[in-house]
Design a protein around this ligand. Sequence first.
Ligand SMILES: NC(=O)c1ccc[n+]([C@@H]2O[C@H](COP(=O)([O-])OP(=O)(O)OC[C@H]3O[C@@H](n4cnc5c(N)ncnc54)[C@H](OP(=O)(O)O)[C@@H]3O)[C@@H](O)[C@H]2O)c1
Length: 275
Amino acid sequence: MTHTLSDGTVLPDVGFGTYPLKGEDGVAAVVSALEVGYRYLDTAVNYENETEVGQALQRSGLPREDVLLATKIPGRFHEQGLALQSLRDSAARLGVERIDVGLIHWPNPSREKYVQAWRALVQAQAEGLVTHIGVSNFTAAHLDRIIDETGVTPALNQIELHPRFAQAEMRAANAERGILTQAWSPLGKREAPFDESAVRAAAERLEVTPAQVLLRWHLQVGSMPLPKSATPERQLSNLDVSTFELTAAEVEAISALSRPDGRLFDGDPDTHEEM
Ligand SMILES: NC(=O)c1ccc[n+]([C@@H]2O[C@H](COP(=O)([O-])OP(=O)(O)OC[C@H]3O[C@@H](n4cnc5c(N)ncnc54)[C@H](OP(=O)(O)O)[C@@H]3O)[C@@H](O)[C@H]2O)c1
């Protein structure tokens, strides 16, 4: 079960979230993630750890082309020239010539500049600085605006998605436009529903951990999860989700944990400001 972008590129089942891994411990955690098998690393300018992520890639000894690096343009750099410079600076901090996946971190709609950031990504792709371009935290209206104004559809949209906020409508909106859904906080972070009976029952039946059940749920609803863990054992088990399958009833029972107010914080893309 893999994720395919509209241009045919296949991404790994599960990517690795790198926030808030920083400093020497952060480098070690990302090296460990690469050692246990992750091949897609998610970072952002605002995580202030692109240098660490680049160092980890170096230290792992893996060939550059074996690992996909994704980073994000912050709100303060949405103006087109600043956005392009942000991508160049990210590449420099990561220590690479080319960013594999470039995203707009949040739309910050009150600032009215996300279309400019999107134009910068389109330009960066044309110049070969970024291979795949996408967005994060975009609603259907934000997606339609950038598509209408530029004629270019994002390859993926990274959104808050976990069983307590299952985003069925947004997943459908992405799919209708040929956009891959990626999930941030895929376990639900501190609100992870590990003890919910729907999760426990599936974990017991399959003899896997509750976290593995949740990550498998993502794959079966068509979402690419980006779990973060600083712990090598958890990193490994979070990646090991392709050898078992949830029943349709189990997927439904886990999806039923979703609530309209299930966001982890007040991260409504229409109002959240993240600069
Ligand atoms: N685009 C955006 O706006 C946005 C926003 C938020 C996050 N993100 C991205 O999404 C990534 C993941 O999100 P997140 O870190 O907020 O949430 P998460 O991955 O759902 O949860 C991470 C937490 O779960 C724990 N954990 C991981 N695996 C576990 C397991 N098998 N059993 C028990 N606990 C486990 C981790 O602790 P240990 O480390 O101690 O294992 C950590 O405390 C971030 O790193 C970042 O890359 C993007």
